[in-house]
Design a protein around this ligand. Structure first.
Ligand code: NOJ
Length: 762
């Protein structure tokens, strides 16, 4: 090593050690700063081994968010950090733990390059927001952004630099367990939610002490796993890839997302991790993404199981050539890449490109100014679990609730003189409302529905009865859960206690660990014996309010036919029970709208509102069989995308179009929205567009705008939308945006089945 290099190392080490002593005094650096010079000079000091080390990520010693490691691997990890063979750790959290590993990287390696610490901060760190699908049902982008901001604030206080969120995979298949983690089925809405979440996590200044880098995942197609089975094969055409799957990823880049995660699945025969078309041609070239791509957990190694790479060496080569910059927990980069480069099988400039991308994000985070920037135990204590976060997740939980049905004036509940029987194991469950992906949150830390109702300022008698068990034991994050399918002994007591109640509230649905990664289902019915219990209770008392707790759309046909009031309360996080009580008592009028279609039966799945017409969309004559439908089920959903009721009623009228396309490429759409009920309420007015004839067929309608308005009883407001080329076009089969002249139909209303429409031409 020459003197010049050594000198640079010393200066670097000095700067880092100085700022390490004064973590709070550093000047924040804008994330827009170009760090190319610093990155290049650091890279010039690095050996091949050290470079490859930066591309290696290990899971820590605390939690496993993937299969258990092989024998002996855990023990090696600290040694590898010391050798400079590790660029990042995941699943290490809490100031003390992060400090411990960071110290080794900074103080014991030759160059002292700090680790970037990643974690799955999906919907909160300790204070848990509604699951992402539920948050999306609020249609409140500002609140969704604030939820990510809060998560970043808590996670950064626990030493974390980087979250593996948001998951921006569009999915149309409710069987897939991970629909809970996304923004539902629509690419337009999903793109806006993706932006909101990225902005929330990253803020305006990535080097600030309360922002963290975000990850757009899983690139690409993971939400289209065949038959909804997690990790399964994905085969989609180019039109679906460009128009449905990719838009939220592009939107994340527009919001300056710092990292991408690739996916476990094969896409049209090529594993996403080894897919150069996705990662190099599209992401890094066409979309000009300058952050880095992390693989999913061992997805480099899983290319062997896919039958794509014959061994770890081939897997490492394919992955790095395809543009996967960092290897999560497969060990193949650290074990194979140096040999591959030395043997001339992998070009070193590919390694350099990957390392530069990784280092750049570390610089942007401010880790070279202060590798311990998030490591302040005082701050950790002060920030995590603050009351203001509880208030925030309470409000978001209220907004996320969707009223699916309300007859017999059962809701809102009267505040006094009522005998209310509350039934269901989930009603008293303090863990399930947290949903999945709650690695750092404590079990039993949510407010249950029972607590929410008991603590509410109301004067009713609440009688709780668990009824049948839902699960036979409480599983850990990584364990299969066992549903009770046999012991119906709780039903009798539930029925007895329901008999004389004025109102029966039944909290039914899915256990919190019944959705999420690895939790696909072949049935979307209420699990276990809950349906049986619901029907038995209905026999003796029909005044039932069904409160659903679930991580995905469920098939609740029977309930929809018989139960007068149904509230979709998802898994609403730490403040779930309080939010549900406030909605049931009418102190918050429900305003959520479904971000995913609810099917009538699982055979209809994948079911989504923006489908293509087909050549035979409807029967021409009565009893016709030769059309695109089923002989045993209608095509229509139980509840459509965008659907949700309120305690008041809204009326849409006077839809108008001002077509200025010739003059300024704008089409203005306006509608009058009136609150015709007798309470105030918030409505999400939605605009859908159909490009009636196109060179690549378009869906029967597509969401292209929405506005939220609050209206007092009797109040009317005019709502305006604007359609420009950004809304009027679509991606052709090469992924290029195309606006074709011709006729369009615009629909405006309170859900995707609205019929209020007008035509125009451009
Ligand atoms: C696997 C999941 O697919 C991914 O989303 C997650 O971030 C990683 N495990 C790390 O936990």
């Amino acid at each position: 090593m020459n003197y010049h290099n050594l000198h640079q190392i010393l200066i670097l080490a000095l700067i880092m050690s100085m700022s390490a002593c004064q973590p709070e005094q550093k000047q924040p650096q804008k994330s827009s700063t170009n760090f190319d010079t610093q990155v290049d000079s650091l890279l010039s000091l690095m050996t091949l081994e050290e470079k490859i080390g930066q591309m290696n990520q290990y899971s820590g010693f605390m939690d496993f968010t993937g299969p258990q490691p092989k024998e002996g691997q855990q023990a090696q990890k600290l040694e590898h950090i010391k050798k400079g063979w590790v660029g990042s750790m995941l699943n290490v959290h809490g100031v003390e733990n992060v400090m411990a590993v960071q110290k080794i990287a900074v103080e014991e390696t030759r160059l002292g390059i700090p680790l970037i610490i990643g974690f799955d901060v999906i919907h909160g760190y300790k204070t848990i927001s509604p699951i992402p699908l539920a948050e999306t049902a609020s249609w409140d982008l500002e609140a969704i952004q604030k939820s990510a901001e809060m998560a970043a604030e808590e996670a950064s206080a626990a030493g974390i630099h980087w979250t593996f969120a948001p998951m921006v995979d569009i999915s149309r298949d409710a069987r897939w367990g991970r629909v809970m983690e996304g923004a539902g089925e629509d690419p337009y809405f999903g793109s806006l939610v993706a932006k909101a979440r990225v902005k929330g996590f990253q803020g305006n200044d990535l080097s600030a002490h309360n922002t963290i880098a975000a990850t757009a995942k899983h690139f690409a197609g993971y939400g289209f796993a065949e038959s909804g089975k997690d990790y399964n094969t994905v085969d989609v055409g180019t039109s679906t890839l460009h128009n449905i799957i990719n838009p939220p990823f592009k939107a994340a880049i527009e919001a300056d997302v710092k990292t991408f995660m690739n996916a476990f699945n094969v896409l049209n025969g090529i594993p996403a991790t080894g897919n150069a078309y996705l990662q190099r041609d599209l992401l890094k070239e066409k979309w000009d993404f300058d952050g880095f791509v992390v693989s999913d957990w061992d997805s480099v190694g899983e290319m062997i199981d896919h039958g794509f790479a014959e061994d770890g060496r081939a897997a490492a080569k394919y992955a790095v050539e395809a543009g996967s910059d960092m290897d999560m927990e497969s060990y193949h980069y650290i074990e194979q890449l140096a040999g591959l480069v030395n043997d001339g099988e992998v070009r070193e400039d590919l390694i350099d490109d990957a390392v530069k991308r990784i280092l750049k994000v570390k610089f942007e985070l401010g880790l070279f100014d202060d590798p311990y920037k998030y490591c302040n135990e005082e701050r950790e204590k002060e920030i995590i679990g603050q009351q203001k976060f509880h208030d925030q997740v309470f409000e978001l939980a209220q907004k996320s609730i969707v009223l699916l049905k309300n007859e017999k004036n059962l809701l809102p509940l009267q505040k006094s003189g009522q005998k209310i029987t509350l039934i269901g194991e989930l009603a008293a469950d303090k863990t399930s409302p947290l949903g999945n992906w709650i690695i750092a949150a404590e079990d039993n830390s949510a407010v249950s529905v029972l607590e929410g109702l008991e603590n509410y300022e109301a004067n009713n008698e609440i009688v709780f009865e668990k009824g049948v068990d839902l699960v036979t034991s409480q599983p850990l994050f990584s364990q299969q859960l066992v549903i009770n399918e046999t012991d119906s002994s709780g039903i009798e007591t539930a029925v007895a206690k329901a008999k004389n109640a004025d109102v029966v509230i039944m909290v039914l649905g899915e256990h919190g660990r019944q959705s999420g990664e690895g939790r696909s289902r072949t049935s979307l019915d209420l699990p276990g014996l809950q349906q049986q219990m619901l029907e038995a209770v209905y026999e003796v008392n029909q005044n039932i309010v069904l409160v659903l707790n679930n991580g995905r759309p469920l098939t609740i046909n029977w309930a929809d036919k018989h139960i007068p009031a149904i509230v979709e309360a998802w898994q609403l996080g730490t403040q779930a029970g309080n939010a549900i009580a406030s909605v049931l008592y009418g102190d918050y009028s429900p305003s959520g709208k479904l971000p995913m279609t609810f099917p009538k039966n699982v055979g209809q799945v994948p079911l989504y509102y923006n489908y293509k017409s087909t050549g035979r969309p409807a029967p021409k004559n009565e009893n016709e069989v030769f059309w695109s439908g089923y002989i045993d089920s209608p095509n229509t959903p139980l509840y459509p995308f965008g659907y949700g009721l309120s305690y008041t009623k809204f009326e849409y009228k006077n839809l108008k179009i001002e077509n200025n396309y010739e003059a300024n490429a704008k089409v203005k759409v306006s509608v009058e929205l009136k609150n015709t009920g007798d309470t105030k309420g918030k409505e999400t007015a939605q605009l859908y567009l159909q490009d009636e004839f196109a060179s690549v067929t378009r869906p029967i309608k597509e969401l292209k705008g929405f506005k939220q308005v609050e209206l007092a009883p009797g109040e009317t407001k005019t709502i305006d939308f604007e359609l420009t080329n950004a809304e009027l076009g679509f991606y052709d089969n090469d992924g290029n945006w195309l606006v074709e002249k011709g006729s369009f139909k615009v629909y405006v209303g309170g859900d995707s089945e609205t019929t209020l429409s007008k035509n125009f031409k451009i």
